[in-house]
Design a protein around this ligand. Structure first.
Ligand SMILES: [Mg+2]
Length: 142
């Protein structure tokens, strides 16, 4: 169901459905996007398919960047197209782990915020912000 603006509405039971006739240019939330793309999945539904597809589409995007440096011709539309393909695989892979894209985005922003507060945006190590917080008197709690 959708309201008069086409925004997805939560149905009974909490699931969100986005109508097929929805204007594609409308801004989607991460979760609306993730729900919408399920209908286009014709794969076997196995995680390896999405993981390999994601890597492949990121590779296609990198190829467009390479061609800019090789040929001096920038094709922003082609990069946008490949990023969209990568986003599709990312959304489907997250779905197969029952992870919402909004949680992926929120968790990433929380991690980066913690790194900014602990002055660890530079450096390496997935949990360096936690180690730095411990060094100054305990883990970062928000
Ligand atoms: Mg592609």
């Amino acid at each position: 169901m959708a309201d008069s603006t086409g925004r997805a509405l939560t149905q009974e039971g909490g699931s969100v459905r986005t109508p097929l006739h929805r204007e594609v240019h409308q801004l989607l939330t991460f979760d609306e996007y993730q729900e919408t793309i399920r209908q286009f999945d014709v794969s076997n539904g196995e995680r390896w398919y999405y993981a390999l597809g994601l890597a492949g589409e990121v590779g296609e995007c990198v190829e467009k960047v390479k061609k800019f440096y090789r040929d001096g011709v920038e094709n922003v539309e082609a990069v946008r197209f490949e990023l969209g393909d990568a986003l599709w695989y990312l959304g489907r892979l997250a779905d197969k782990y029952n992870i919402r894209l909004s949680d992926v985005a929120t968790g990433n922003v929380e991690k980066l915020t913690a790194r900014a507060r602990t002055n660890t945006l530079h450096g390496s190590g997935d949990e360096r912000h936690l180690a730095a917080a411990t060094d100054v008197g305990g883990p970062y709690l928000g």
